[in-house]
Design a protein around this ligand. Structure first.
Ligand SMILES: [Zn+2]
Length: 283
C-alpha cells in the first residue's frame, strides 16, 4: 500500500473512527493515527505499521483487519492504528527518486549506492533507519555509520520527525501494549532487558500470539537497540511485540498476492489482545 492508498483509507475511516494527524515527514507527508475509542478512560492497544519502508504490506494487513471487522467485538479497551509510520520511505520504495523533492534526489541516489531502484529501501526520506532511532540504548549496536537505505540510527536519538511523532503519540495515550508490524520471517520478538516480573508477563503474551499465528518466538535482545519495541519495553515498561509477517521465502517488498495468506494467521487478533489485556491488568 502506498501513501495515496493511506490517504484514501483515512478518508473512509473518518466516517467511523477518529483520525488524528500525529506528525509530518521531511517531505511533507502526514502520519495518521486512526482511533477506535470506546471510553476515554480505557487503555489502548496501539498498532504501528510500515516503520520500515519496504515492509509496507503491514499497512495492507492492518487495513484488512479493520475492514473485515476483526476488532468489532472488542469492548474493554480502545484501539489505535498508525497505518504508515514512514510514508516518505514507502513512497521511495514504490516510486523511487521521483517521489522525493528535486533537491533531495542526488543525495538519495548517492545513499542508495548510485542505484535508481529503491524497492529494498527500509529507511526514511533522510536515510535514517527509524527502528534504530528510538531512545533505547541508542547506538549500542551500530549497523551503519552514515545515511543508508537501512541500519543508520541517525545523528542523535529521536532525531527524525517520524520517531518524534510516534513517541509523542505513545506518551499522550495510555497504551497497554504496542504491536510493531514488520516483514518478514514469521517471527515474534518481545524481550528487551525487562525485569523478571515484566519478562514473565510479556512472555505469556508473546506465547499467546505465537500460538495463534504459528510464528516463532525469537529472543536476540542483545542484537538490537533503538527499536520501537525496545523503547516501549524499556521506557514505558509495557509489553511490546515486533511481529515479522510473511514467510522468509517471499521476497521484499512482499506483494499483495500474499496478503490473504498472511491475513489468515492474524484472524484471532481481537482474542489475543483481550488475553494480553487481562494479563496486563492482573500483573
Ligand atoms: Zn522491519
Amino acid at each position: 500500500m502506498n501513501y495515496n492508498d493511506v490517504l484514501k483509507k483515512v478518508e473512509e475511516y473518518k466516517k467511523e473512527f477518529e483520525v488524528l494527524e500525529i506528525g509530518q515527514t521531511l517531505f511533507k507527508r502526514k502520519i495518521f493515527a486512526v482511533e477506535r475509542n470506546l471510553n476515554k478512560n480505557f487503555a489502548t492497544a496501539i498498532f504501528v505499521c510500515s516503520i520500515h519502508a519496504r515492509e509496507n504490506i503491514t499497512s495492507d494487513l492492518i487495513c484488512k483487519m479493520i475492514d473485515d471487522g476483526l476488532f468489532d467485538g472488542v469492548k474493554e479497551f480502545n484501539l489505535a492504528f498508525i497505518i504508515m509510520a514512514n510514508p516518505d520511505g514507502v513512497e521511495l520504495c514504490f516510486s523511487g527518486l521521483q517521489s522525493a523533492p528535486e533537491g533531495e534526489r542526488k543525495r538519495l541516489f548517492e545513499i542508495n549506492n548510485k542505484s535508481a531502484s529503491f524497492s529494498l529501501w527500509k529507511a526514511n526520506g533522510r536515510g535514517v533507519d527509524l527502528n534504530n532511532n528510538f531512545d533505547a540504548d541508542f547506538k549500542r549496536i551500530v549497523n551503519s555509520e552514515s545515511f543508508s537505505s537501512s541500519g543508520f540510527a541517525g545523528e542523535f536519538k529521536e532525531s527524525e520527525e517520524e520517531t518524534k511523532a510516534v513517541v509523542n503519540y505513545l506518551k499522550k495515550k495510555n497504551p497497554f501494549i504496542v504491536l510493531c508490524y514488520h516483514s518478514k520471517g514469521e517471527e515474534i520478538y518481545y524481550n528487551y532487558f525487562q525485569d523478571e516480573a515484566c519478562l514473565k508477563r510479556d512472555k505469556l503474551i508473546a506465547e499467546r500470539f505465537s500460538k495463534s499465528t504459528g510464528y516463532q518466538i525469537k529472543n536476540p535482545e542483545k542484537s538490537s537497540s533503538g527499536g520501537l519495541k525496545d523503547y516501549v519495553v524499556q521506557k514505558l515498561k509495557i509489553p511490546a511485540l515486533t511481529i515479522e509477517v510473511g514467510s522468509d521465502e517471499l521476497s521484499h517488498p512482499i506483494k499483495k498476492e500474499s496478503l490473504e495468506d498472511i491475513y489468515k494467521r492474524h484472524k484471532s487478533i481481537a482474542n489475543d489482545l483481550e488475553f494480553a489485556y487481562n494479563v496486563f491488568r492482573e500483573f
